[in-house]
Design a protein around this ligand. Structure first.
Ligand code: FFO
Ligand code: ATP
Length: 208
């Protein structure tokens, strides 16, 4: 006899992680957009004032990888401008196949399309920088330092690659409203060293 219900209702813990991630992603993307349109600029300025105090930015030879904000992300430009004023080189990513190349960029430099609706420096004109500190955009985060992005794995891959080449400090930039109790994770997910919001800077390393 045919079962009465053809679809099994799966308990939460059995759901594939990718499906949990995409539901969380959709919900937080919508909420972030709403928050950013009214409160994003003030929160991004407050966040910059907090995060610039991290001692890591005062390290000799620091170079910072930023991003050009899209889709209601925290605007890292106040922080990038403060770093530039201190003489710290800053760069933005350009998509190259499955990887990101960071090229030197400061306020006023030209911007070109850098792939998937993002903007970045002219890769033919701006030198490559190897970030020792990476500012990481995110859709959702939890207090363990896990993040959810747009689901293409670019940051997971570039963090793994940069770490293999030398010391790297990763700092997620988020509005406090992007916090969730637990981000579902897979083995390739790279936890962040810090997450900065307009209210606090969370350090994940015991040495922090
Ligand atoms: N501001 C910013 N720049 C970034 C990233 C990011 O998360 N934020 N990246 C982090 O990985 C890399 C680019 N990865 C991205 C992955 C997906 C989408 C995105 O919004 N995709 C849309 C479709 C856009 C299109 O096809 O034109 C989508 O999936 O709906 C954007 C960037 C490098 N630059
Ligand atoms: N180090 C890696 N090497 C190869 N593939 C990877 C790596 N990291 C992630 N991926 C692939 O990228 C895809 C997207 O991963 P995930 O859903 O964790 O992205 P995300 O963290 O939300 O997005 P992003 O890092 O682009 O902001 C996964 O299917 C995964 O297989």
């Amino acid at each position: 006899m045919a079962p009465r219900f053809s679809q099994r209702v799966e308990p939460l813990n059995d759901r594939p992680i990718a499906a949990l991630k995409s539901e969380l992603r959709a919900a937080l993307l919508a909420a972030r957009k709403t928050f950013a349109s009214s409160d994003g600029a003030a929160a991004s300025t407050a966040l910059a004032a907090r995060v610039i105090e991290l001692p890591v930015f005062a390290q000799r030879d620091a170079a910072v990888g930023g991003y050009w904000p899209i889709r209601g992300e925290v605007d890292p430009r106040p922080l990038l401008a403060a770093l530039d004023a201190r003489g710290v080189p800053t760069g933005l990513p350009v998509i190259v196949e499955d990887d990101l190349a960071f090229h030197l960029w400061r306020d006023g430099d030209p911007l070109l399309s850098a792939g998937l609706g993002t903007f970045g420096p002219d890769p033919a004109a701006a030198p490559i920088v190897r970030p020792s500190i990476l500012l990481v955009p995110l859709v959702a985060f939890d207090r363990r330092g896990h993040r959810l992005g747009y689901g293409r794995g670019f940051y997971d891959r570039v963090i793994a690659r940069l770490r293999a080449g030398g010391p790297l400090t990763t700092i997620g930039l988020a509005y406090a409203m992007q916090e969730v109790p637990v981000v579902p994770t897979e083995p390739h997910d790279q936890p962040l060293d810090y997450i900065a919001t307009e209210h606090e800077v969370l350090g994940m390393k015991s040495s922090a």
